[in-house]
Ligand binder design. Structure first.
Ligand SMILES: NC(=O)c1ccc[n+]([C@@H]2O[C@H](COP(=O)([O-])OP(=O)(O)OC[C@H]3O[C@@H](n4cnc5c(N)ncnc54)[C@H](O)[C@@H]3O)[C@@H](O)[C@H]2O)c1
Length: 284
């Protein structure tokens, strides 16, 4: 896609961080924007910022763990603007802990948002985008965590590996159509993700009322929060990368430097049949 003016972009997880930056990037490029999220206050702020940037903007309350919410979001987008050209399945959450300690609700929550979220988005929008028969692009937000593995964040890693694999399958399937596909794999970005608990949906609360986050879980979230503050990139950097990838029709939107080295280390372990190397990116 080369031309953005007058096109419609839908972004989930648009109330904060990378999602808000994507909305504002598309707004600045002349798109009409649909911002979707569960955080009503943050969503309203994004809508106002998009309008201030000169865009027609619609805010839709949408819980990506629910297919019916994505269907309703697609209805709202098509009712308001008649077409959708860019879909960014971007909402995401994180919690930590060893694989055996992490409550099953945390697995279910991260899979529901990070993996099923993009699946729901694709199922609700792609049939209509194909029927529309115009140029378009789908961007799913995975993570460098979808290309690497580290201890204490197993649910997040597996949800992002699955998102990446799903998006590669989507790419193959849409290759001969007018719809491009990209996967965004951010490194460390300064956003609200370390405070994901604020948006844990009702159905994913811990059934054990006495549950307290394990030391390993706390370590991961605290390290993430600290790392984002001291070395995190601005969300707008991701929005710029996404925009450029759509223009270039590039699938992998991948971090540079240390994160790419960590990914290459894993691929080399697999290629050589070695046991997994613990290779955290050294820049953070
Ligand atoms: N920040 C990073 O360092 C980083 C790194 C790699 C990948 N990512 C990914 O980037 C994406 C955006 O996250 P972010 O870093 O901007 O964090 P963020 O917390 O600032 O934004 C995430 C947004 O998703 C929304 N959200 C959460 N659950 C939802 C649900 N059930 N339905 C709808 N919306 C929901 C939140 O309300 C929030 O507005 C996520 O997929 C995340 O996994 C972030």
């Amino acid at each position: 896609m080369q031309e953005f003016s007058g096109k419609t972009a839908v972004v989930t997880g648009a109330a904060s961080g990378i999602g808000r930056a994507l909305v504002l990037k598309f707004a600045g490029a002349g798109c009409r924007v649909v911002a979707a999220d569960v955080d009503a206050a943050g969503l309203e702020e994004t809508r106002k910022l998009a309008e201030a940037a000169g865009a027609q903007a619609l805010a839709v309350h949408c819980d990506v763990t629910r297919q019916d919410n994505l269907d309703a979001c697609a209805d709202a987008a098509y009712d308001a603007f008649g077409a959708v050209h860019i879909l960014c399945n971007n909402a995401g959450v994180l919690s930590g802990g060893t694989t055996w300690e992490l409550p099953i609700e945390d697995y279910q929550w991260q899979i529901a948002v990070n993996t099923l979220g993009p699946i729901h988005g694709v199922r609700s929008f792609v049939p209509r985008m194909l029927a529309q028969d115009s140029e378009g692009h789908i961007v799913n937000t995975a993570s460098m965590a979808g290309l690497t593995t580290m201890p204490f964040a197993g649910a997040y890693h597996l949800s992002k590996h699955a998102c990446l694999a799903f998006t590669e399958c989507l790419y193959h399937e849409l290759k001969e159509t007018k719809l491009g596909v990209s996967v965004l794999c951010p490194e460390l970005i300064n956003t609200g993700i370390a405070a994901s608990e604020r948006v844990r949906p009702e159905g994913y609360q811990h059934r054990d009322k006495d549950y307290v986050v394990s030391p390993a879980g706390k370590l991961v979230v605290d390290a993430l929060a600290e790392g984002m503050k001291t070395g995190g990139l601005a969300p707008s950097v991701m929005a710029d990368r996404v925009y450029d990838a759509i223009v270039a029709d590039r699938f992998y939107i991948i971090a540079e430097d240390a994160w790419r080295d960590a990914c290459n280390q894993r691929l080399e372990d697999i290629r050589l049949g070695r046991n997994p190397t613990f290779a955290p990116p050294t820049s953070v």
